[in-house]
Design a binder for this molecule. Structure first.
Ligand SMILES: NC(=O)c1ccc[n+]([C@@H]2O[C@H](COP(=O)([O-])OP(=O)(O)OC[C@H]3O[C@@H](n4cnc5c(N)ncnc54)[C@H](OP(=O)(O)O)[C@@H]3O)[C@@H](O)[C@H]2O)c1
Length: 340
């Protein structure tokens, strides 16, 4: 069974067109480079519905009908003949490529080698399902560009991406300042944040500007303020500003274009920036997923679980995610008996 939607030319709201569809179980005669996984748990991401509901834009980017979901954990049932480090019976975490019609809210997925990595027996299938997109995002935006001792600012520390950004930045030896709402301050501190700015009580832009140029990297998971416009005041000269998340709107598109221009081409006297602006898109990498699985096994990072739903309650699970206020990850059990 799988959760697919959008049979018509314009996909529309998936809450109105979502169907549970029976499809044949994939043949165990698997192609080279591919891994068949019996899915156990799916971790939801805002991109699941943002991409799918983007009207004609979605039609240009995605094949429909589209099976929802990107992240999963599960048990390998077959591997291509060229794959030697993953075998049937292994538990894995994984991420389906968001622009394919195949998604993870399905009893079985056929993933590519780069989409999966084996997890240790000490990591639960729930923990593993919450990590692939958000932990890869945190790892890929931070690991290649920070050094131990660097100061990092993370706008939005309490969602799926933010909770992993804090933990991965700390695992890399950084000093972490993060923004979040009042009820999530304690969690951000518990995850390792050195300084926490409560955006309900503090003007984040003002606090950043008055703190002086000290951050080597800023990661923006919210995109609500045009932080890059003032980045020269809080980033070190030559610092890197990475936009990860933002509302889907024309104003976001305009700011994105302008910031890229200001960062790359405008001289400082014409309002250009001394810093680099980068809008980051997460890529699947077997090495990065394996590194995340290792950090989880070592107890250095964990999935913060907001809520858990059953497969039949997928719509309620997306409603919860759609509030934009979840604390960590919203998970869906696809397999009934996880053997927990
Ligand atoms: N570029 C990529 O490849 C990529 C990859 C992953 C995610 N993303 C994007 O990144 C964004 C975050 O994703 P996610 O999975 O972390 O979302 P999420 O799990 O839904 O988390 C959103 C979090 O942001 C907090 N928040 C809301 N307004 C805030 C504000 N003004 N300041 C600070 N925190 C605020 C919310 O808590 P409160 O409401 O309590 O504040 C909530 O905890 C989304 O737009 C997503 O599409 C992009």
């Amino acid at each position: 069974m799988r959760c697919a939607f959008g049979k018509s030319a314009i996909p529309g709201l998936f809450s109105q067109t979502l169907t549970l569809t029976s499809v044949p179980r994939p043949s165990r005669d698997v192609e080279k480079g591919k891994v068949i996984v019996e899915v156990a748990v799916v971790g939801l991401n805002p991109a699941d519905y943002k991409l799918a509901e983007a009207g004609f834009v979605a039609r240009l980017q995605l094949p429909f009908p589209k099976t929802l979901g990107t992240d999963f954990s599960g048990t390998v049932v077959a591997v291509g003949s060229d794959i030697t480090d993953i075998k049937p019976g292994d538990n894995v975490l994984g991420r389906m490529f968001p622009f394919n019609s195949a998604g993870s809210l399905s009893e079985y997925v056929v993933a590519s080698y780069d989409d999966v990595a084996v997890i240790s027996k000490t990591v639960t299938l729930e923990q593993a399902a919450g990590a692939p997109t958000v932990a890869q995002t945190a790892y890929q935006t931070l690991a290649p560009v920070v050094q131990a001792g660097d100061k990092v600012f993370i706008n939005g520390g309490s969602g799926g991406t933010g909770t992993f950004c804090i933990q991965i930045a700390k695992a890399l030896g950084c000093h972490v300042t993060v923004s979040c709402s009042t009820t999530k301050v304690a969690l951000c501190r518990e995850l390792g944040a050195d300084e926490v700015m409560d955006y309900k009580k503090t003007d984040i832009l003002e606090a950043l500007q008055s703190g002086g140029s000290k951050y080597a990297v800023a990661i923006d998971n919210v995109g609500n303020l045009n932080l890059f416009g003032s980045a020269d005041k809080f980033l070190l000269p030559g610092g890197l500003f990475r936009l990860v998340g933002a509302p889907s709107s024309l104003s976001t598109a305009w700011k994105l274009g302008y910031n890229l221009l200001a960062s790359k081409y405008l001289p400082v006297f014409l309002n250009g920036s001394k810093n680099t602006f980068n809008a980051y898109i997460t890529k699947n990498s077997h090495e990065d997923l394996a590194q995340i699985a290792a950090l989880m096994a070592e107890g250095k990072v964990r999935t913060v679980v907001d809520s858990v739903f059953q497969f039949s309650d997928v719509l309620q699970a997306y409603e919860r995610l759609g509030t934009g206020s979840s604390t960590g990850k919203v998970l869906v059990h696809v397999r009934e008996n996880l053997g927990l």
